[in-house]
Structure formats: C-alpha cells, structure tokens
Ligand binder design. Structure first.
Ligand code: FMN
Length: 212
C-alpha cells in the first residue's frame, strides 16, 4: 500500500451538528446546508454522486447535478437511453451523496425514483444554453463512439438543422428521487463525527443519531 496515501489525514474541526440546532424537517436542514455550500468556492455545490443498481444487482455510481429540489424530491436531468436510465428502469431506487469539503459535510439521500413529466422536462430544457440543447441531440449517452470528432461533426450538422428553435429530444429528461432517508454528516475531531439520520415513515420524519 502507498505510504503517501496512508499519510494523508485530516482532522475535522470546523463544525458540529447538534440535535438542538438541527431542523426537525430534513428538507429545511438540506436547504440550509446547500445554501452554505453555495457560499463556498466549491466548483459545483449541486454536484452529487448518483448510485444505481442494474438488473443483476451490480452497483454503478457517477456524478450528476441537482437541478431542482422541492419537498422530498431531488431532481436531476439526463439521457433516458443512458446506462443509468436502463438501471433505473430495472430498479427504480437510487442513492445520492453530496460532499462539501470546505464545510466538512456529507449528505446522503436514498429514495424511490420517478421520471419527471414532459411539461417539467420541456420547461427546463428550454432554459438550457443553446450548446447544451444541441448536445442533448448530439450525444447518445453511454454508447461507444469512435472518437470525439463524431460529436463535433454531429454538432455542426445540428447547428444547420436547428438555426433557431431546438425541440427537446424525447430521450432527454429528468428524474426525481423521492427521499425516504436523508443523513447529515458533520466531520468532527478524532473521527467522532456527527451523523443525524432522518427516515420518512410515510407521514413524518423520524430522526436518530448514528454512531460515526
Ligand atoms: C460535475 C459533473 C456533473 C455532471 N452532471 C451530469 C448531469 O447532470 N447529468 C448527466 O446525465 N450526466 C452528468 N455528468 C456525467 C455523468 O457523471 C456520467 O458520465 C454520464 O451521465 C453517463 O453515465 P451513465 O453511462 O452511467 O449513464 C456529470 C459529470 C460531472 C463530473
């Protein structure tokens, strides 16, 4: 094992998470923590790891961007023909992980996944920059391609095809993860971190503290 890696060590000291200070509603606590993260210099404070499983139970994880959050819903957009979408069709459950390093905080979300409506997809698609909208047509996400040139050639064809309006491809859209569990982790000294775990029982959120 590399000695360099063994020696990489950080003691977390900047914050604490006490029951008395934490909102009883995890959605409110999430909003506060996301707001704190937006006030740091983190490149993408809304980036989250999305974990899914395929039809044989193999886990897959990748980063996507949180693009909407209301109530228990955590929304992201992607390609409905991608590997992740195939996995979500086979098993509509997902886990999300946010890591806000400057705040020494992690949030884990788990829940059931549903597709967003055409109306929601159209509304967000039309807000995206022109390049991203054309990119949604150009990329068959997750497929094997010969080289990057395939994409640039496709993009110039699309520029001619859609000089003004760009319709949303039916294979592009979003998902909502309807949270049933949200855990907040604040790094503490000597690895004695704070973990507040909220579980949704169908009516309300039940909070417990977990050992680090
Ligand atoms: C910072 C960052 C943000 C990303 N945001 C998205 C996103 O919002 N949607 C998306 O489909 N892929 C996004 N990706 C790319 C994914 O990580 C992944 O490569 C892609 O979705 C294909 O995954 P799949 O083959 O497992 O379906 C992002 C990657 C990074 C590093």
């Amino acid at each position: 094992m590399s000695r360099d890696l063994e020696g990489l060590r950080r003691d977390y000291q900047i914050g604490q998470l006490h029951e008395d200070d934490a909102e009883s509603d995890p959605i409110a606590l999430f909003a506060r923590w996301l707001g704190d993260a937006k006030n740091t210099t983190q490149l993408e404070p809304n980036a989250m790891t999305l974990a899914t499983v395929d039809s044989v139970g193999t886990p897959h994880a990748r980063i996507v961007l949180l693009k909407g959050q209301d109530g228990r819903n955590f929304n992201f957009y992607t390609n409905y023909l991608s590997n992740k979408s195939e996995e979500l069709t086979a098993c509509p459950l997902a886990a999300l992980v946010f890591w806000w390093d400057q705040l020494e905080r992690q949030v884990r979300v788990e829940g059931v996944v549903e597709k967003l409506s055409d109306k929601e997809n159209d509304a967000y698609f039309q807000e995206r920059p022109r390049g991203s909208r054309l990119g949604a047509w150009a990329s068959r996400q997750s497929e094997i391609i010969e080289s990057h040139d395939v994409l640039t050639k496709k993009m110039s064809q699309l520029e001619d095809q859609y000089p003004t309006e760009i319709p949303r491809p039916s294979h592009w859209g979003g998902y909502r993860v309807r949270a049933t569990r949200i855990e907040f982790w604040q790094g503490r000294s000597s690895r004695l971190h704070d973990r507040l775990d909220y579980r949704f029982d169908g009516m309300s959120w039940i909070r417990s503290r977990r050992s680090p």
